[in-house]
Design a protein around this ligand. Sequence first.
Ligand SMILES: NC(=O)c1ccc[n+]([C@@H]2O[C@H](COP(=O)([O-])OP(=O)(O)OC[C@H]3O[C@@H](n4cnc5c(N)ncnc54)[C@H](O)[C@@H]3O)[C@@H](O)[C@H]2O)c1
Length: 342
Amino acid sequence: MAKILVTGGCGYIGSHTVIDLIENGFDVVSVDSNIRSDHRMLNAVKKITGKTVQNYQTDICNLQELKKTFDAHSDISGVIHFAAFKSVPESVEKPLSYYHNNINGLLNVLECINKYNIPNFIFSSSCSVYGNTTELPVKENTPLEKAESPYARTKQMCEKIIQDFSVANKNIKSILLRYFNPGGAHHSGLIGEIPQQGAFNVIPILIGAFEGTLPQFGVTGNDHDTPDGSCVRDYIHVMDVGNAHTKALQYLMEDRNENNCEVFNIGIGQGVSVLELIEAFDRATGKKLPFTIGPRRAGDVSAIYADYSRAKELLGWNPRFDVNDIMATAWKWHLSGYQLID
Ligand SMILES: NC(=O)c1ccc[n+]([C@@H]2O[C@H](COP(=O)([O-])OP(=O)(O)OC[C@H]3O[C@@H](n4cnc5c(N)ncnc54)[C@H](O)[C@@H]3O)[C@@H](O)[C@H]2O)c1
């Protein structure tokens, strides 16, 4: 059973990926300081999979502490690196904190991968690396435009660091997964995204508007060059994102890669408009969400969605869920009151 070290295993995407890894026969160890998560996420993982995943509550920016985890597990055959800060608005307010955590964290993880000769590495990148691109659908070789936030810049910088590292370390194979817009939760309703202050994506905003904890939902513009005039994004179910990591690891472990650093888009390949998203939300809740239509938001790209044919052909990965599954599972998780198992 191959052992995988996951950084950020108690986080939203990390915990869902851990489930997929276990269901595909991997053994998993997590390193997560829980600065943005709850360690009890792994209790839910145990309930779902029957497997206990050990978490080392370590700040990956502390190299000496991080090394202790690698020392304790000499048989790690791959690392998946999720641990990072991810809020675009927070990164605008606290750029140094983002550069410190996201860049130093990666440097330390790479240092350990090198020191302990770990042959396989997967990195959580983001479609935000494409910036304000107009090329649709976005392919992996679509030129990267200027980053729109310090967060996006950390992802662009991390990608470059890994590419340079790969040139110097031919024996280590890396994959950069550029996720589009992850959403939804595990179908059990036992885990999902715990809303973080300032890290609001559109689904928590819809839920907050529905519950009255946030202002009425406002659609930003109905005059975009899209079929219904509202912005179009590529929403991908978090369990599909998780499964992409399993497929990426298998690809590297079976030596199917052509280069020692490869990039894959992870999206559903279809644009979903904000108005369609609201319709899917209405189907999930069984009620109509009142909303307003306001002006466009400065800097908003009208539409962005992925061409994921590389992941389909080379990794054998295919999204299994659609926007209705995303909304139904996000709503189920919300109805649980975000209750984790003690
Ligand atoms: N969720 C999204 O919309 C999205 C989209 C594209 C890319 N990503 C990337 O995917 C990764 C995972 O995102 P997520 O949504 O699961 O976020 P998350 O905040 O739920 O999980 C990140 C985890 O990393 C941990 N962490 C952060 N800094 C750490 C440190 N220095 N040491 C140890 N642990 C630390 C946090 O406690 C948390 O558990 C991130 O790198 C993020 O940038 C997320």
